[in-house]
Design a protein around this ligand. Sequence first.
Ligand SMILES: Nc1nc2c(c(=O)[nH]1)N[C@H]1C(S)=C(S)[C@@H](COP(=O)(O)OP(=O)(O)OC[C@H]3O[C@@H](n4cnc5c(=O)[nH]c(N)nc54)[C@H](O)[C@@H]3O)O[C@H]1N2
Ligand SMILES: Nc1nc2c(c(=O)[nH]1)N[C@H]1C(S)=C(S)[C@@H](COP(=O)(O)OP(=O)(O)OC[C@H]3O[C@@H](n4cnc5c(=O)[nH]c(N)nc54)[C@H](O)[C@@H]3O)O[C@H]1N2
Ligand code: SF4
Ligand SMILES: [Mo]
Length: 906
Amino acid sequence: MNTQQVQTTCPYCGVGCGVVATVDEAGSVAVAGDTHHPANLGKLCSKGSALAETLTLKHRLLQPLVNEQPVSWFEALDHVASALTQTLATHGPDSVAFYVSGQLLTEDYYVINKLTKGWFGTANIDSNSRLCMASSVTGHKRAFGSDTVPGCYEDLEQADLILLVGSNLAWCHPVLYQRIMAEKQRRPALFIIAIDPRRTATADMADMHLPIQPDGDTLLFNALLAYLFEQGLCDENYIQTHVGDFENTLVQAQSDSACEVAEQLGLEPALLQAFFEKVASHSRTVTLYSQGVNQSSSGTDKVNTIINTHLATGRIGVPGCGPFSITGQPNAMGGREVGGLATMLAAHMELHDQQHQRLVQNFWQSPHIASKPGLCAVDMFEAVNNGSIKAIWIIGTNPVDSVPDANRVARALDACPLVIVSDVCANTDTAAYANVLLPAQPWGEKDGTVTNSERCISRQRAIRKPVDNVRPDWWIVSAVACRMGFTAGFTYQCAADIFREHAALSAKDNDGTRDFDIGAAASLSNIQYDNLAPFYWPWKSGNAPSKPIRFFASGHFFTADGKACMKPVKAATPGNASLSNHYPMMLNTGRIRDQWHTMTRTGFSPRLSTHLGEPFVEIHPQDALIHGIQDADIVSVGSPLGSTLLRASLSNRQTPGQVYAPMHWTDVFASRARVDTLISSVTDPYSRQPASKNQAVFIQRYEARSFAYVLHRRAVARQLLPDIQYWSKSPVENGWRYEMASALDPHALQALITSLFSASDNTVDDQSLSCDDEAAGKFKRAQFIGSQLQTLAIVANEPVELSRSWAQQLLTENWADKSQRYRLLAGRASADQPDKGAIVCSCFNVGTTQIEEAIEHHHCHTVSAIGERLQAGTNCGSCRSELQGIVNRCSHTLNRKCTTSPSRMT
Ligand SMILES: Nc1nc2c(c(=O)[nH]1)N[C@H]1C(S)=C(S)[C@@H](COP(=O)(O)OP(=O)(O)OC[C@H]3O[C@@H](n4cnc5c(=O)[nH]c(N)nc54)[C@H](O)[C@@H]3O)O[C@H]1N2
Ligand SMILES: Nc1nc2c(c(=O)[nH]1)N[C@H]1C(S)=C(S)[C@@H](COP(=O)(O)OP(=O)(O)OC[C@H]3O[C@@H](n4cnc5c(=O)[nH]c(N)nc54)[C@H](O)[C@@H]3O)O[C@H]1N2
Ligand code: SF4
Ligand SMILES: [Mo]
């Protein structure tokens, strides 16, 4: 059979891995890592490896809709254009806003930014990057005079010491993490320190873990600076020539660290001292940081205290050194390059700089140019809420789930006269509020460029013909602009036209005054653009740089005097000042390994749902005891803004007083698990980035009277489940798994489930089984159609005990042999199908029981030995830290059974 190979880029995280997609004649797609791509050299993580599974059309938005009615593109575009024209004419430029995404391509972003700032005359365009990278942008600008990431991935392999601050790299940037671990294996002296209030999978693999109190980072890094000075490790020459404000910064750091630093940070003094000594004794240091730094009320200050330590020691701009802000989304960097935020202009130019305003306006030949900042994400939704924004166009993001005070966002959109949503999925929580819904081309069909964390620009290429009726995001916005009469600025024929214009603007009157310059790309032909290999910016002339370029090697910074600025920062008080008797716990939120954000793509992959299949809250056993909570109970987690119901997962990964919940679950996948309904709108004063990681909450056991586990071939509409207080659903092969808990008694829940999930036709096999023990509150039912299991429902008065990894295969099995059906009710695998335990390796479907057995009975005492025996961890490697964790645990208690994570509930 003929096959075609396309080189493209992964649409998930900011590592920006190259992907080779192989498409056969029948249209089926297989993906593999691109061995030629400099970011990943052939590796992919679990999410990247599962990309082909997300190409299904099942959940796609395939048709423009206006007021829920299908319309042609012609009608949809006309409707949007006239509604926006009218809003602008009646209420002025600031009544309109775009809220976009770091997952858009550079070309999409460029066009949207141009329309807003040049034609609408407002800077009301902000992005989910505000929730993600804004503190890094602001910190970079304060220190370097520009939003520049100085280093590259190679630095991580050349360093002697890596500090991972507020980054769960093992789960969130797995391929980069694997690059570090491969280097560690080659060079065991490479020392890794994780700084995170939680003992994450990343911390498990680190040589040292500092479980600091939340928001202790500014104090920690100020104290580190004071220590490095005391040890004579500040680089006087570098400071003299290249750095400003050293003295003031040092004085502030010394004054902050005069207190009991270790005690405030919640650390053993010896551990803190050991940390200081490690940093002092390793000159090749990279500090890589992510959302534990950015998403904080002191986020920008955290960034600057980190950069301060690098500037003071000259550990920047040279191999193996530097502060490194790792980006979350695939094109967070590209969005910043085109200026797609309310506080920037374009091509790394400044909104407040009149010369930049003139330059951009002349280049665009636009009627207007925005000259003051627009509203940042949280304020933008407040403006929608108070009615000053009357039309909002949301593209490639799901704010009803991901923006703080998410219920307010929903209310605001509900009341907003015009909500336009461009998405690839039909049923997102945000799409539910759209007056106009526009189907965009997803990954695999769209075409353009993205920039990864190390400034590498790669092509995303279409790997198959777009489905009829979906369009590129840049095309949709340009088509509306043209209908509004702005044809001069928006008659692009293809993505390459936009990229060339963007490249030309980056070089316009630049002459080295701005870091971002890809002027050489302005003359690419369409064919050259199509064939463009990954390259690094800056690219001013000559051939495209195929090797990473470091900034600041010669110390030249983009400030007026060419010197970097150290920033005196008053350390924040660690912890959370708004804790109270009502809200005594600190809620930390973030990610899990195999889900992507609001699950609109990964949430439909059975393979990616085996790792952690339910919304959960991780609680320290001591706190659980205080609050009368047991493992697998349902817990209400609430703040002054709202409350959620989550499965309890007891774990000493948490520090007492703190709980952790993932951000992923939405109203599509669970009854009440939208964690952003709890998060208040507190933002960093400089970057306006929300503090998503430190919310005062209460936790309380939900007194459920009944619990259920249900397997069914179809999903049931949310509206049909109002009487089931807790439910979550996850895909399994050939159907769905539901977990439930309710205030009904078990018998009533059983009856409700039977009415909801019974096959409605008369093909139901009369051999269907049931086994009820009314007195014990246990009810079990299995229904068949022919040889296929249709529904399995187990109801109990306590959390249902059942091997989930065994049960999730049941809808794929042939049940023609009726004598075997009893196993379903007994909850037992047949002898030739031993229970795998909770799935750890989703590539090869390997579970904890198998791993435990390999350790106990086959002497597999290393991750590699387990890999050789079971294949676990040998493909994407995302689970290697968990494998190591199991090895560590089992080596202590070899004759005891390993326990498994309760949230997986084997
Ligand atoms: N699997 C997966 N990978 C992803 C994503 C995904 O959705 N799923 N999303 C991508 C995106 S957009 C992003 S932004 C990145 C995010 O990547 P990360 O930032 O690595 O992920 P998070 O889980 O949000 O948070 C990181 C850590 O910050 C810690 N933290 C919380 N408070 C503090 C604090 O005060 N100080 C310190 N030092 N640490 C703290 C948390 O405990 C958490 O372990 O991941 C990207 N990669
Ligand atoms: N509590 C808490 N909240 C957080 C965070 C946290 O750590 N804690 N993290 C924050 C961070 S860092 C981030 S990045 C955000 C992420 O939050 P969101 O951006 O809201 O999450 P996604 O699920 O990535 O939303 C992307 C949407 O775009 C759609 N989409 C995918 N591809 C395309 C395309 O090509 N075109 C169009 N038009 N649509 C497309 C998807 O179907 C989906 O609906 O969440 C933030 N919110
Ligand atoms: S690390 Fe994983 S999610 Fe990130 S770009 Fe690579 S394959 Fe995609
Ligand atoms: Mo992000």
